[in-house]
Ligand binder design. Sequence first.
Ligand code: ZN
Length: 244
Amino acid sequence: MAIRVMVWNEYLHEKQAAEVAAVYPKGIHGCIADFLQAAGMAVRTATLEEPEHGLTQAVLDDTDVLIWWGHMAHERVADEIVERVYRRVLDGMGLIVLHSGHASKIFQKLCGTDSGMLKWREDGEQEILWVVDPSHPIVAGLGEKIMIPHEEMYGEHFNIPQPDEQVFISWFEGGEVFRSGCCWHRGKGKVFYFRPGHEAFPVYHQAEIQQVITNAVRWAAPIDFPKVTYGNPPPVVEIPARAE
Ligand code: ZN
């Protein structure tokens, strides 16, 4: 069965700035949806200004992996929707947070740190993403590095909890480095943060970046989870009587 992906985008930059619309005529969500669809996934999109931001309980229940792009309007995302997404992640829905989504309410809640804190500079510097875990499924089919000609710089320290799996580290022309591809497990859910994707540069049109996001969807998709139980059960194996 095809993986059911929901691509969520704030979708404000594209409507407010002609230069961003020129890079992403169908919105960032439209660009991402197109390449995931071409990879055989069942893709839908939703945006901030739809009722319930397009993320009703029914929609989330029908989603295997949610992709999140937001930047200027994190505060406009309703707390009750954030809580709904959070519950679904703990229950097994994958979440991929892109670029400026590091400061989104949902990512902050899942991190438990102030993940909004990092260094940034918008100079169109070159970025090199180095693969630091060549065995990871998210780097399948890639070379040992991805070169992006022009990007916004993000630099350490990035205030995140130590990743469970570190996949990429970036170098920037101005000297900074950044943990650009990070995985965490939260409950039954898998979370991947992927740094590239400033709205003014055509980063999501780049083949290797599309490959990473496609691989990440496959990695984050729920498996046929073992049924786990909690509480106060009797022993599974009879416990032998002990001498008094
Ligand atoms: Zn940016």
